[in-house]
Design a protein around this ligand. Structure first.
Ligand SMILES: Nc1ncnc2c1ncn2[C@@H]1O[C@H](COP(=O)(O)OP(=O)(O)OP(=O)(O)O)[C@@H](O)[C@H]1O
Length: 275
């Protein structure tokens, strides 16, 4: 008799969304969108303005309900407890929201209501982060995005790039296993982008999954495992980012470059149309 086959040790996807539909104010915005990300995988979510990227991310993190489809987190249907294991940096938010707060305070606010300690998820389930540990963890998170020296600086007096880093630190302080970032590079200078790429590389090495909305791949090129492209609420591409064609051939690249030849009428290698 043959030996029973041992189950294959395939780790579940950190996020698995299947045929997700979302309607906002009576209009269907997402028409059956699927996406997955595994441990250590960096997935770029791309597409033109209004294609549904932010709506999709907000649905995945539980900010908007899906009208149909399935969302699994860590191999099981998404629950509030599973969502506590996520990090999320929304689009175009200023770090302090106009209220005077230091970087340290903003990052520490990421721990309010979260459960955790230095033991990570296991600790999160055991209890709240003790107040005495919060400052230390917030400082470590600021260090990981390269701005420990700005800890006591008022966020309202920081540059856009610095504020963006504070918000990323606020997401990281929760020790997320899966991170959603909505256009974290928008309005951020090249130095900050390089620092940001370094942070993402570090997370990737530690098995964190990252879903990141991008228009420009920039310094992240070497870290991105897969690109998923949305067009009018549907996925039109899901595969490796084309390596040999450079940033300008990537889906979602909708900036004009007058010094370059116009894109081919079929929209290039991925069959995407320009703006
Ligand atoms: N609260 C809302 N109510 C109704 N429609 C909305 C709402 N939020 C977004 N939409 C619409 O949903 C569509 C997708 O918007 P979304 O912000 O998800 O696109 P996006 O791909 O993230 O765009 P961008 O690249 O400009 O950020 C757009 O047509 C937008 O007008």
């Amino acid at each position: 008799m043959p030996e029973p086959t041992a189950p294959r040790d395939v780790p579940p996807s950190l996020v698995e969304a299947r045929d997700v539909r979302v309607s906002l104010q009576g209009t269907e915005i997402l028409h059956g969108v699927s996406l997955s990300a595994a441990h250590g995988e960096v997935v770029a979510l791309m597409g033109g303005n209004g294609s549904g990227k932010s709506t999709f991310v907000r649905t995945l993190v539980g900010a908007i309900p899906a009208s149909a489809g399935a969302i699994e987190l860590f191999g099981a249907p998404a629950t509030a407890q599973a969502r506590a294991r996520l990090g999320y940096v929304p689009q175009r938010l200023t770090a302090s929201g106009g209220v005077a707060a230091t970087a340290l305070e903003v990052v520490m606010s990421g721990l309010l209501g979260s459960r955790g300690d230095s033991a990570g998820v296991a600790g999160r389930i055991r209890g709240l982060v003790p107040p005495r540990d919060r400052k230390e963890r917030a400082l470590k998170a600021l260090e990981s995005v390269g701005i420990p020296d700005l800890a006591t600086r008022d966020c309202a007096r920081m540059s856009g790039g610095q504020q963006q880093r504070v918000l990323i630190a606020r997401a990281l302080v929760r020790d997320p296993e899966l991170l959603f970032l909505d256009e974290p590079m928008a309005g951020v200078d090249l130095e900050s982008q390089v620092q940001f790429a370094h942070t993402i590389g570090h997370l990737k090495e530690h098995g964190v999954g990252v879903v990141i909305v991008l228009h420009e791949i920039g310094p992240l090129a070497r870290l991105i495992d897969r690109a998923v492209v949305l067009e009018q609420g549907c996925v039109t591409y899901d595969g490796p980012p084309p390596k040999d064609l450079g940033v300008h051939a990537l889906p979602g690249h909708d900036h004009e470059h007058p010094h370059e030849d116009p894109p081919p009428p079929d929209g290039g290698a991925l069959g995407l149309e320009g703006p």
